[in-house]
Design a protein around this ligand. Structure first.
Ligand SMILES: Cc1ncc(COP(=O)(O)O)c(C=O)c1O
Length: 391
């Protein structure tokens, strides 16, 4: 856009400057291509477990079609409090420390808007979920990435984090297990990051969306560390573990002073999450955990297969300790991530996402989502191996 149109465009500058999602651009190439095998979209291939769908249907049958309280149904908030206490060892008051959101996406957006004064710096680790940097910028903040290295199993190095803290740093976003790398943090690493947050008086926004999909060790939430409950915004949802992406429901837990700020934004911009989804979410938390764990078993078997297959064909792939993504290196092919993904798609009709969709530090990598059937993964690995023999 030239200077003249920049001056006259009604679009806000910080929005004008946001790049389109790299995933979206890539998937426009995929549209309409027949026989495609997609390891692209980060979404469970399972349909939502029947008992959860049934709860949604029953909610509609009973004519529950109204708004709910801005904070969400109290019954759902009580179930969230119980679930979070049981699985993450942190206790929140359902009356004023839990907010039902339209997915983790909304939780992240209102957390950032509640925290950021223009120019505040927000640190996040990279490669990371595509929305972090744009969401920070849209809230008038400055996005500060810290690179996670494959040699460190894509964990966040506490010392690397400490180095980028400035007097303007307001918060840190954590997402372990990580999309797109499958990196996790040990309890000791979480503790060291918590100490840094306390030392520098930082808020931590913890995106826990893949926590149930932890395969090695056990997941430790930073909210459970000493001194952290009062400075953590705990975000979680139903999209991944319960295969409920289309329900658009999630939650934020935080001490009252932070939750209240988020609630004030939520009540004006969102009002409330859909009641059908909220009633389905109660069923998921109260009775759906076994189904979630059964899906996790499938992801684990697929993970073991895909990581083995990738390494066998010469694409070094660290073991993703969580999530449902493998993140192999394609550096030894001499191609860029984007060239590799486009050629792979053209030549073999296998769609994977170039690592650069997740930030500059994703260059040299490819994201392969294994939340698809084993048969499809096997076929994709066959095609990928043949492709590699030619390049
Ligand atoms: C790390 C991460 N956070 C948040 C989301 C969005 O979650 P939701 O569907 O709850 O909005 C995703 C979706 O891919 C994700 O990978």
């Amino acid at each position: 856009m030239d200077d003249q149109s920049k001056k006259t465009s009604p679009v806000a500058r910080q929005v004008e400057n946001i790049p389109r999602s790299g995933i979206r651009d890539f998937f426009e190439l995929v549209q309409g291509v027949p026989d495609i095998i997609s390891l692209g979209v980060g979404e469970p291939d399972f349909v939502t477990p029947w008992k959860i769908r049934e709860a949604a249907i029953y909610s509609l049958e009973r004519g529950h079609t109204s708004y709910t309280s801005n904070s969400g149904l109290i019954k759902l908030r009580q179930s969230i409090a119980r679930y979070v206490n049981e699985h993450f060892q942190v206790s929140y008051d359902p009356n004023d420390e839990i907010l039902v959101t339209v997915g983790v996406s909304e939780g992240l957006d209102i957390a950032l808007r509640a925290l950021i004064d223009p120019g505040d710096e927000i640190i996040y680790h990279e490669p990371c979920y595509v929305s972090y940097a744009p969401s920070i910028v849209m809230a008038h903040g400055v996005a500060v990435p810290v690179k996670c290295e494959s040699s460190n199993a894509f964990a966040l190095d506490p010392e690397a984090l400490r180095k980028v803290i400035t007097p303007k740093t307001k918060a840190v976003i954590l997402n372990f297990p990580t999309n797109p790398t499958g990196g996790t943090l040990s309890a000791d690493q979480v503790k060291r990051i918590a100490e840094i947050a306390v030392d520098h008086d930082l808020v931590v926004i913890s995106d826990e969306i893949y926590s149930e999909l932890t395969y090695e060790g056990s997941h430790v939430s930073i909210a459970s560390m000493p001194g952290m409950r009062e400075r953590t915004i705990f975000l979680h949802g139903f999209s991944k573990a319960f295969a409920m992406t289309g329900f658009r429901v999630g939650y934020a837990c935080a001490p009252k002073y932070l939750l209240d700020a988020m609630l004030r934004i939520h009540q004006y911009c969102m009002l409330c999450a859909g009641i059908t989804s909220q009633e389905a979410a109660i069923e998921a938390l109260d009775h759906g955990f076994d189904e979630a764990m059964a899906m996790r078993e499938h992801y684990l078997a697929r993970r073991n297969f895909i990581v083995h297959a990738l390494n066998d064909m010469g694409l070094t792939c660290h073991l993703p300790r969580g999530s449902f993504y493998a993140f192999p290196s394609i550096q030894n092919t001499g191609m860029s991530s984007s060239e590799f993904a486009v050629e792979l798609l053209k030549e073999t009709k296998v769609a994977c996402v170039p690592g650069t969709a997740f930030g500059e530090s994703g260059e040299g990598f490819l994201r392969c989502c294994f939340a698809t059937s084993m048969a499809q993964i096997e076929m994709a690995m066959d095609r990928l191996a043949k492709f590699l023999q030619k390049v």
